[in-house]
Unconditional design. Structure first.
Lengths: 100, 466
């Protein structure tokens, strides 16, 4: 089956992450035509594809992954600060290290 | 509601709800569409807003005033890394006096003349164990059947006690035995040094005897448990079950056996693809059936608890501790960074050090990928060597494809050894990973219980965590 995905709405990163999870059961061929990505999906287990169900599933995955990517982009800096505060061994640093 | 910024969190969909999980593993269960509203700043539920702020999902300041507390809690969630390698497994011999149908350790005949550890290897292994900076050291004796080597076990304990006069660590000893040969001599050693007994009980006699390949295995195990309890105390004996193909049809019977034998918990443990068990020809099917088995057994356990009997499922308890408390656990299979090396090292009968129990099992099929060095090597060359550095690239699920975007990663772990074994690649491919499938199914099941039957199950879950 073919699915058309608007790249202005869903980025390459979002689509790639969805394709990663689909690839356990499906072979996905991707082609870019302007701003539209065409995904050709075939079952790797030679099982028939329920197109309506898969269409719904893929777009649910795309929408969820898009939300995750937005959160990740918006919180990247604070996450870095958080992990640095949690795990950097500040106690081992000297005054000299901190003023360098 | 005030202007806010997002803090790192992820979400998934379970039982018709959105389950939001932050970096600490704290969960908020909300209606569908909530994440979109949070991102779009169109939240209209004041109570939810307060909860999101209080639980570090959003912040009213660009840098939260309580960031230090958040960081400190995050560090506590990974404090097993500070504790360093605490579990040290000593494989005394591959000789065994049982014929388990799914033996994962490639055991040998009882009277085989090889595959046993020398006293020299034990001496070097104990010295190596004390190089670990951990304040807590557990010496776990495994096999084969380690009770066939009482002198070697005693020697190892005595060496540890001697060295510990100056090291002052907290030592714990565990003997993993099938209980067929708990002699007076062996029990005297156990009593003297407070050695805990960990044994295997797969369920009622017809399951246990079939799995263990002997008609008298159940009878001997129960007799051994009784004897060990008499000498060492009721709580000095714990049991583990392994879910064979036969077990899959008897979840309630297995749980009832444990209750009837006076145990207060059970670890519903799936088979691992090592040794004889690796010959199973359809792991996908086994995995699916195990998940169904787990849920049926778990429902039965809940019903026993509702009738007033405390009885805990240990795998769920490990996950629930990560989910419902600020603490982590020392369970090596559900850690990120992985428990291999960080929490466990194995000193094998062959004189080599391995990254985990499963790693030494792989060596029996001539796969030495996780052989880290010899017991006579320097500790630093073993735990900071090239092999461990390569494993370190793939042992944190925060940085693995498929895991990094998974909302459940805080409750799960990385398992490079299993992925190497089953997929030929330490990195692993999550869409077909059976570890991923099993863990995800169980974690989602527990969360679905909290969502749909919270009032009924949460008091039981909390009682398990006390």
């Amino acid at each position: 089956m073919n699915l058309e995905v608007n790249r202005d709405i869903y980025s390459d990163s979002v689509i790639s992450k969805v394709v990663y999870w689909l690839s356990g059961n499906y072979a996905v061929e991707r082609k870019l035509n302007g701003n539209t990505e065409i995904m050709n999906i075939t079952s790797i287990k030679d099982e028939p594809i329920d197109e309506k169900t898969l269409h719904h599933k893929v777009f649910q995955m795309l929408n969820d992954q898009k939300l995750r990517n937005i959160i990740e982009d918006e919180t990247n800096d604070i996450r870095t600060i958080l992990f640095a505060k949690a795990f950097a061994d500040f106690d081992d640093l000297t005054e000299e290290d901190l003023t360098e | 509601m005030r202007k806010y910024t997002l803090l790192p969190f992820n979400f998934t969909r379970i039982s018709g709800k959105e389950v939001l999980v932050n970096e600490l593993g704290d969960m908020i269960i909300a209606d569908n569409g909530t994440v979109r509203k949070i991102i779009d700043h169109t939240l209209d539920d004041k109570e939810l807003y307060k909860s999101l702020v209080a639980n570090f999902f959003i912040s009213e300041e660009t840098i939260p005033t309580l960031l230090d507390i958040y960081a400190s809690r995050l560090r506590a969630k990974k404090d097993f890394l500070d504790q360093r390698t605490a579990l040290h497994i000593f494989v005394l011999t591959l000789r065994c006096n049982q014929n388990c149908t799914y033996c994962q350790a490639s055991s040998q005949e009882e009277f085989s003349s090889h595959c046993s550890m020398t006293f020299d290897t034990m001496e070097a292994s104990v010295r190596l164990m004390f190089k670990s900076p951990s304040h807590y050291l557990t010496m776990e004796f495994q096999g084969g059947e380690p009770s066939l080597m009482p002198d070697l076990m005693k020697f190892g304990i005595e060496r540890a006690e001697e060295i510990n006069k100056t090291e002052k660590r907290n030592l714990t000893y565990v003997l993993c035995t099938n209980c067929r040969r708990l002699t007076a001599e062996l029990l005297a050693i156990c009593k003297q040094y407070h050695v805990l007994i960990s044994t295997s009980l797969d369920g009622p006699a017809f399951i246990h005897n079939k799995d263990r390949g002997r008609d008298d295995s159940y009878e001997k195990t129960i007799a051994g448990i009784t004897k060990a309890r008499e000498v060492l105390g009721q709580d000095a004996v714990s049991v583990l079950m392994t879910t064979s193909e036969l077990s899959l049809d008897y979840p309630n019977e297995i749980v009832d056996e444990y209750v009837n034998d006076g145990f207060h918990d059970i670890f519903l443990r799936a088979l691992n693809p090592y040794g004889l068990a690796a010959q199973n020809n359809d792991w996908n099917k086994y995995n699916d059936r195990f998940i169904e088995f787990y849920k049926k057994a778990f429902e039965h356990i809940l019903s026993i608890n509702k009738q007033g009997t405390f009885f805990r499922e240990n795998y769920a308890s490990i996950i629930l501790r990560k989910m419902l408390t600020p603490f982590t656990t020392g369970f090596v299979d559900l850690q990120s960074p992985a428990g291999t090396v960080n929490s466990v090292l194995v000193y094998n009968y062959d004189g080599y050090v391995y990254a985990s129990d499963e790693s030494r099992m792989l060596a029996e099929i001539y796969d030495y990928t996780f052989r880290l060095g010899n017991v006579h090597d320097k500790y630093e060359n073993i735990v900071y060597g090239k092999k461990v550095r390569n494993m370190a690239k793939v042992w944190a699920n925060e940085a693995l494809a498929g895991c990094a975007d998974c909302a459940l990663k805080q409750f799960c772990g990385a398992d490079p050894v299993r992925h190497h074994s089953t997929q030929g690649d330490m990195y692993g491919f999550r869409p077909t990973s059976l570890v991923c499938k099993k863990n995800k199914a169980i974690i989602e099941y527990l969360i679905s219980l909290i969502i749909t039957r919270g009032e009924e199950v949460l008091p039981i879950f909390r009682s398990w965590l006390r």
